[in-house]
Design a protein around this ligand. Sequence first.
Ligand SMILES: NC(=O)c1ccc[n+]([C@@H]2O[C@H](COP(=O)([O-])OP(=O)(O)OC[C@H]3O[C@@H](n4cnc5c(N)ncnc54)[C@H](O)[C@@H]3O)[C@@H](O)[C@H]2O)c1
Length: 322
Amino acid sequence: MYKVLITGGAGFIGSNLTEYFLSKNYKVVCLDNFATGHRHNIEPFFQNPNYTLIEGDIRDLEVCKKAVDGVDYILHQAALGSVPRSIKDPITSNDVNVSGFLNMLIAARDAKVKRFVYAASSSTYGDSESLPKIEEVIGKPLSPYAVTKYVNELYADVFSKTYGMQCIGLRYFNVFGRRQDPNGAYAAVIPLFVKQLMNHEAPKINGEGNYSRDFTYIDNVIQMNELAMLTNDAEAINTVYNTAVGDRTTLNDLIKYLKEYLSEFDIEISQVQPIHGPNRVGDIPHSLASIEKAKALLGYKPTHTIDKGLKEAVQWYWENLK
Ligand SMILES: NC(=O)c1ccc[n+]([C@@H]2O[C@H](COP(=O)([O-])OP(=O)(O)OC[C@H]3O[C@@H](n4cnc5c(N)ncnc54)[C@H](O)[C@@H]3O)[C@@H](O)[C@H]2O)c1
């Protein structure tokens, strides 16, 4: 059976990918330094003989080389996420997201892995206002984080042309779902709102709440990783794909849905009202993906609308955060 290296495997997306590929009997190696990932995300895998954890940092090339030993595919998720984090500390974001990425590419090239699939980002669309976002039309980055994710795409492209590697970038759009961390200064909006509503605290919306996002449930992201990893279509390789649903939801509507679904567990949550603060630096007003390229070249069929995903996520948070 194939061996897959999942970097950032103790994080939100990485641990979900791990769970999926172990369930399909792949051998999975996780490389993570626990900067933002958690041991509790991966504890259930420790008993599985097909699972190996390497605790280490992608900024260390020797660690990357060790992790790719005997690996067929790489799903590279390790990075420091969050636009505000990168604005506060661009040097560390760059070290991890660019130098660490380059280390992983070098290690993958030298180990002759079959394919390098990596987490790109919708932030690469930057200040482009065109909607829906199509892969070929990007704007200028609006944050250090966006720069790092765009540089990833440039490096992957150069490595495929220069060294004949097979790389695919998945531009994730606001992913959410089970195990996404609700804690910390840089928590993503859905788990943060869920936690606040469960505690009867007012969620804080940056701005008036009419900004919208293409919120994407984790199962759709898992599907995209599997399709990208296994496609044999030469046309589908060495490119990037929007990884999204192709629908957008405003923050006000997001709160409305979350309140509705959480109220089924605790009716008092229906009374909690959000508060509004200023818009955040580096935030674009609207984000909506075209998913036509992924449908046409990879056969992508999202299984979860935002609605279906939110219901499943809320259920998970209710069972696991209480
Ligand atoms: N969640 C989203 O909405 C979203 C959107 C766009 C792109 N992405 C990208 O997807 C990937 C996964 O994001 P996530 O939401 O699961 O975040 P996460 O923070 O839960 O996971 C990232 C993982 O990488 C690990 N990591 C960080 N620095 C490392 C280092 N130097 N060496 C080894 N491991 C390191 C962390 O400990 C963590 O386990 C990231 O590359 C992120 O930029 C996520």
